[in-house]
Design a protein around this ligand. Structure first.
Ligand SMILES: C[S@@+](CC[C@H](N)C(=O)[O-])C[C@H]1O[C@@H](n2cnc3c(N)ncnc32)[C@H](O)[C@@H]1O
Length: 447
């Protein structure tokens, strides 16, 4: 597969006037050219012409070559053929951009001869559902709701790659109100059931009585209490027969709008911070144990520009604002709800206006060019959706090294067994253990 990428990049490079430049640039991380499978670096090319369109086209063409050689990208359901990629494209070929529940949902629609009515698509990881419906009918009106920036970018990438139009798509975050015209809903069951309950309640506020909501899920996740959750927050529900260990739940909206619960504000012991979380934010209404040890071991110094990378509710960046009062603090998360919570927590804790900056982003992909951090704080995720993977942590470390000013510090926490010191040593050529306990370790690397 690496060879395919290499050849792909080479051929694209010749078309796009790309010159060989360096090993392991940002392009490396965007293309997923690292990987636990191979542990191999290889040459990539950097665009001399930095136009975004040229970069996009280079990446897409390289992905296309990869698609021809990688079976796990070929989505083939009820006559619909698509090449689908996770975002960012990862080298771990066992991870797919869709699962059997997506296939089950599409099969059910086709068997039911579903007409192309305005359809909300919710929690579609990388655009498998929206691409399939656009393939069935390019004019199918789709209202796509996601909390994850990577889902949004993945769906966009997959539409583009499969040459599907996007004029039929409207995008919404999980805090936006869906339009009143929605006549059908397709959903994937998320891992976080508090978030799911919140999504059902929000749907109850816009869906007319009788509107059908189809939810694809692993059969093992479906039980009486899940069906009771539907009944409580949206309307009666029943599950289909199992197919490939998945079921489709059909819920019929009862047309009664539910009131969303009030937010909970909680204190962090030992530091003077009040925190609240929207429903899809990491760690819900408690402090993560990794974050706790990080709070007890933040570095000392006169930092001017700090990044809280993968900020969640913003606890690390908020504490940094207290410790380094002259610093600008940048909060970044893939979850729009996380970024909104960090922003709300900045205000709740009366931190100085104009010093907090909030970015809904995939790692530091769109971080402003003119900002050079001298400290990046990071408690990285070790999964993406249901998949356990260290590729996001790796991308975060790569992006931090790329964007830190010379002499700047990356300060991270991780489970001991994840061996992040090996990655930091490889990237920064230095790595210091700042603190550790039985389970977690705090590491620091300097650019
Ligand atoms: C382990 S949590 C840490 C949250 C918070 N910093 C804390 O310490 O409690 C990791 C965070 O990374 C975010 N994340 C996951 N993938 C990401 C990506 N590609 N880009 C940015 N953030 C991401 C998750 O949404 C989550 O909030």
């Amino acid at each position: 597969m690496i060879v395919v990428f290499y050849v792909g990049l080479r051929s694209v490079a010749s078309q796009q006037c790309i010159q060989p430049q360096s090993e392991d640039s940002n392009l490396t991380s965007k293309l997923g050219c690292h990987g636990t499978a191979s542990k191999t670096y290889f040459k990539v090319y950097k665009l001399r012409q930095t136009s975004q369109a040229a970069m996009k086209s280079a990446i897409i063409s390289a992905l296309f070559l990869l698609a021809q050689h990688n079976m796990t990208t070929q989505f083939s359901v009820a006559g619909i053929e698509l090449a689908l990629f996770r975002y960012p494209a990862s080298q771990e070929s066992n991870l797919q951009a869709w699962d059997a529940a997506d296939e089950h949902l599409i099969n059910s629609l086709i068997e039911g001869e579903q007409p192309a009515v305005p359809t909300a698509i919710i929690n579609d990881s990388f655009g498998a559902l929206s691409c399939a419906l656009s393939r069935i009918n390019p004019n199918w009106p789709l209202r796509v709701e996601t909390d994850a920036r990577t889902s949004f970018l993945g769906a966009e990438q997959n539409h583009h790659h499969n040459q599907l139009p996007m004029d039929n798509l409207q995008w919404f975050t999980s805090r936006d109100t869906l339009p009143q015209d929605v006549a059908l809903v397709l959903m994937k069951l998320p891992k976080n059931l508090t978030y799911f309950a919140h999504q059902l309640m929000r749907l109850s506020q816009v869906l007319p009585a009788g509107c059908r909501v189809f939810v694809g899920a692993k059969a093992k996740s479906i039980n009486a209490s899940l069906l009771a959750l539907f009944a409580k927050h949206l309307g009666p529900a029943s599950a289909s027969l199992a197919w490939k260990k998945t079921r489709v739940i059909t819920c019929i909206s009862d047309g009664k709008p539910r009131t969303l619960p009030n937010e909970i504000i909680w204190d962090i012991p030992g530091v003077n911070l009040k925190i609240s979380n929207l429903s899809n934010v990491f760690a819900a209404n408690k402090l993560d144990i990794g974050a706790r040890i990080m709070l007890d071991n933040l570095p000392q110094g006169e930092f001017k520009t700090v990044v809280d990378l993968g900020c969640g509710n913003g606890v690390l960046g908020l504490r940094a604002a207290q410790l380094y009062p002259n610093a600008d603090i940048h909060f970044i998360d893939d979850s729009e709800m996380a970024v909104a919570s960090a922003n709300a927590n900045w205000t709740t804790n009366q931190l100085p206006e104009g010093k907090g900056h909030f970015h809904w982003d995939d790692c530091m992909s769109h971080f402003p060019d003119n900002v050079e951090p001298d400290l990046v704080l990071c408690n990285p995720p070790f999964h993406q959706g249901e998949a356990i993977t260290d590729h996001i942590a790796w991308q975060m470390f790569l992006d931090a090294r790329r964007r830190l000013k010379n002499g700047g510090i990356l300060h991270i926490v991780g489970n001991r067994h994840l061996a992040y010191h090996v990655k930091l040593q490889r990237l920064f050529k230095n790595c210091t253990t700042v603190a550790s306990n039985g389970k977690f370790v705090i590491l620091q690397a300097q650019k």
